[in-house]
Design a binder for this molecule. Sequence first.
Ligand code: RM4
Ligand code: MN
Ligand code: MN
Length: 430
Amino acid sequence: MTFRISDDLVAESNRAARPALDEDYAALARQLARRGVDIEAIARAVMAFGVAIPTWGVGTGGTRFARFPGPGEPRGVEDKIEDCATIQQLVRATPRISPHFPWDFTSDWAGLREAAAARGLAFDAVNSNTFQDQPGQTLSYKFGSLSHVERAVREAAIAHNKACIAIGQKLGSKALTVWIADGSNFAGQSNLTRAFDRYLESMREICAALPLDWRVFIEHKLYEPAFYSTVVADWGTSFAAALELGPQAQCLVDLGHHAPGVNIEQIVARLTRFGKLAGFHFNDSKYGDDDLDAGSIAPFRLFLVFNELADAALRKAAGFAPACMIDQSHNVTDPIESLMQSAIELQRAHAQALIVDRAALASAQEANDALGAHLELKRAFLTDVSPILAMARLRSGGAVAPIATYRASGYRDQKARERPAAGGTLAGIV
Ligand code: RM4
Ligand code: MN
Ligand code: MN
């Protein structure tokens, strides 16, 4: 039996935090009531919010220069499930995990599904990986995968995606996320039109293998590892592909995959308008695909994204069912701590968006009151909703102070003993 954080420890730390929480929650309830907002409705919405943990996020990430492994890292998918379950135990906002293949390959899919279910976890979108060659792979992805000039390589990449769908069916997933690293490093290296045509042709074959109740999430990315052109570089390309591929295809927004300064919330609004918003890979960035913790760099931008989601949910936008996932790389923190805090930051943005006075905002907009409209958003954004988040965790059986409780539990030290280091200092950009 491996170490688990005991319910007693959680209860004990909650007991200590309870009096202050009750006081802060009551004060916030009064403040919100004056603004016509029922705190209980917001608390319920926060409790209902869930974001998927990427299985690759619980291991220590790295850069192309180095990776500095942390103690007690997960050695395989079973350990990853254990860490994801610990996150869920304390924050109660992460009931699903998003696996990546072949990284999470195992020989017993039914067993994996059961092991996850036993820890209260279900499977979100499955991710294919045609951006690396696997040991012994003869048809290399060095010059691309789904858009490769050689049919045989494209076929191998298509077959891998189909295999991911088949695995996903066994795990109870309902979506396949496809991100390809295909592109070029030199002007002239690739025919920009033909490469996209080949991509579309490959994706058509993958879509044909999708079960009827599945979706395919097209993930775009501006650059890296290709530095001159990327086949699916931006949301326009992603949208065009999703239109061509039909109703099951939608566009995934990874917050780090845009040109600097791009208005991400407006992209979200556009995709929503046309029923093409697949969902998100949440993270934060200052420069590029930094994969930093959600809400750590640009919390206002995150709030503005959630503001679009709240607006879409309120007007019951057709086809609006965004899948929320985190996609981060934790190089200098304990990944469990980062993922817990990131989930909380997403709940925070969600709660802040829900307390926007939409009627007042709409009137200010209709009256061309630019500052008045802006202040409506700012008022919600500047409201400290932390007591709602903590109360939601408490009521769902989690920890009022997840990081403090996690640190007090000694979980990482226990795992360091249970999981001897695999060794190696591989680079690892994820
Ligand atoms: C990519 C992209 C994908 C993720 C890989 C590991 O940059 O964000 O979503 O699967 O990294
Ligand atoms: Mn991503
Ligand atoms: Mn990325």
